[in-house]
Design a protein around this ligand. Sequence first.
Ligand SMILES: C[S@@+](CC[C@H](N)C(=O)[O-])C[C@H]1O[C@@H](n2cnc3c(N)ncnc32)[C@H](O)[C@@H]1O
Length: 252
Amino acid sequence: MLCERYADPRLAAVYDAMNPPGAHTAFYRDLAGEVPVRVLDLGCGTGLLACELAARGHHVTGADPAAAMLAVARGRPDGGLVRWVEADAAGLPPGSRFDLVIMAGHVLQIFTDDREVQAVLAAVRRHLAPAGRVALETRNPAVREWAEWNPRGTWQHVEAAGVAADVWYDIRSVAGELVTYETCYRFAGGQTVTVPETIRFMGQDQVATFLAGAGLAPVTWYGDWDWSPVGPGSPELIAVARSVTSDQKATV
Ligand SMILES: C[S@@+](CC[C@H](N)C(=O)[O-])C[C@H]1O[C@@H](n2cnc3c(N)ncnc32)[C@H](O)[C@@H]1O
């Protein structure tokens, strides 16, 4: 079921204020390169990255099952340059092929079950052009970023599209790889909305196994948005994997 953070228009309205562009935006922009390619931004959310890439001449499809997030995306200044699809990976237009599929903003972590991870990666593989690439990331579990998700450390005031709110995160439980936390919104009128969400923190080996199982290999790994290699304290596990055809498999 779609998390309320993405389904509720009032919460979608402040998403960008909580998640501004940063080093990750530049990373994906450089990864796409200068020559126009077909890009799928899967789980595109409010479309910030999709629009950035489209404005640079890439042929971009932004797919997301959350209508409220897509409404924000469509309203961006460059929103008209992107083909928006209200769907998850399974609902993509049949036959569509991409040179680069991006799952930014830790979209992979939404899939908490092995079968969900396998299904989304299999769908990505189906929609990749020969020698196409998929780029995705997950927060490094070794760094335990969730330990800092408390009201004091994360409180911020955000305003966007006429919506003003105090927002903070609060950790609820850690059960193996599954971390449950709340995003709390206190709106200007005093109303508070608390949204629980469980996300999965997979290690590098596990992500590599899922990618290989979907025919997405070899993988190049980065530990941060500055293209540095993965080390024990890297905040991110960023994977860029190629779609290998059965002909190529024999030689790789
Ligand atoms: C954390 S946001 C990331 C948004 C955007 N990629 C970014 O970098 O800001 C996660 C997004 O994944 C979307 N999402 C949820 N379930 C999904 C699914 N099954 N397939 C694709 N996207 C999904 C949500 O609607 C939300 O927009």
